[in-house]
Write a protein of this length. Structure first.
Length: 352
């Protein structure tokens, strides 16, 4: 398999090298100039450039532009080339301008194509992970149902109750996952609906923290508040903003397995209500911080056993906050922990 692939690559590279040479000769040597004017033939260089940009990525496109530029300079100095009129320096200047446009086009194309390939790869990874994430709770549901049935038959009601409770936890997990998947498809179709109302920012944050604290016994969430209740109102969808905050808190817990402290800070400035969620966990590198809010992006790889997840939460959070004209961002240091911030515009009528 592996050797077939390399042979294929070798054949393509050989064809490509021959193609670059032929096109270079036609475009810059004026090989077919009896049939077609040299000034038109120069546009043929777009063919290998497009090939390189779409098939070989950014490095391939840059190399091809370099090879063609060397070719073009040599032929122009020798008196051939696509710019026959003027002194040598004028011709070289025109050539430079022409090749710059070619280089810019090819690099842009290659960047778009690389991004497209990354997205396809992330989507493929995602499908694998999503099937795994859907199957795990289903397997547990099946096992707990059988267990509950067995206890009921034996009339061991307390044990049956425990199994049903576990069953409920797994069903909730599954429900959350399916809801996230549905939300993603609604966002992509531009159909995520919002029911906006005036809300007390402080109340919303405190309620979310309270319910998250009730569902975890591994971490202690403390709150540092700098605003007075009722003074900072926002206009938004309560459930959606709660969903964003809950996601940040869930991540803070998930990605700080060996620390038990999480700090939520609530503050405001003239225009925005701001909440931050600080953890002291594994952190994120600087380069990865820029990509965190992209769909299906997972900074810590796809190893589901260490940190299960699908890379949907922060994308959803970003989309929801964006819809509220707010901002979401992260500051982090690898190994030291992360702070995620959300800022939402303060609603006008609340400035009392
Ligand atoms: P998920 O956690 O399901 O993978 P998210 O969209 O919520 O998806 O997060 C995307 C990625 O961002 C995660 O896979 C993780 O690598 C990184 N991440 C998010 N929150 C934190 C955090 N508090 N600390 C470290 N990494 C984080």
């Amino acid at each position: 398999m592996q050797s077939n692939f390399s042979v294929k690559q070798f054949i393509e590279a050989s064809f490509f090298a021959a193609f670059v040479f032929i096109i270079g000769t036609i475009a810059f040597r004026g090989l077919l100039s009896i049939l077609v004017p040299t000034t038109s033939l120069r546009y043929l260089v777009y063919l290998p450039i497009l090939w390189a940009a779409l098939r070989l990525g950014q490095r391939g496109a840059t190399t091809t532009v370099l090879i063609l530029s060397v070719f073009a300079i040599i032929e122009t100095v020798r008196g051939f080339g696509p710019f026959p009129q003027g002194s040598l320096s004028e011709r070289l200047l025109l050539l430079q301008a022409f090749m710059s446009v070619i280089a810019a086009t090819s690099l842009l194309l290659a960047a778009v194509e690389t991004e497209r390939k990354n997205l396809v790869k992330r989507k493929d990874d995602f499908i694998g992970l999503a099937s795994h994430e859907l199957k795990t709770p289903l397997t547990s549901i099946k096992a707990f149902t059988q267990l509950a049935q067995k206890y009921v038959e034996k009339k061991e009601i307390k044990k049956a109750g425990n199994s049903l409770q576990q069953l409920n936890t797994q069903i909730t997990k599954l429900e959350r996952l399916i809801n996230d998947l549905l939300d993603i498809s609604k966002i992509n179709a531009g159909k995520l609906a919002f029911r906006k109302e005036h809300l007390s920012f402080l109340e919303l944050v405190l309620n979310t923290v309270e319910s998250m604290q009730a569902s975890t016994d591994t971490h202690r969430i403390s709150v540092k508040n700098h605003i007075k209740n009722g003074t900072t109102m926002i206009y938004g969808d309560k459930d959606r903003i709660t969903q964003v905050l809950a996601n940040l808190l869930t991540n803070a817990i998930k990605y700080s397995p060996s620390k038990n402290k999480i700090l939520v800070t609530i503050q405001s400035n003239k225009r925005y209500a701001i909440v931050s969620v600080r953890d002291y966990g594994i952190g994120i590198t600087h380069e990865e911080q820029e990509k965190l809010f992209q769909i299906y992006y997972r900074a810590h790889g796809t190893n589901q056993n260490v940190f299960p997840g699908l890379g949907m939460g922060l994308y959803l959070a970003y989309s929801i906050v964006y819809e509220h004209r707010g901002k979401i961002w992260a500051e982090s240091q690898l190994g030291k922990g992360s702070t995620f911030y959300i800022s939402l515009p303060i609603a006008k009528r609340a400035d009392k």
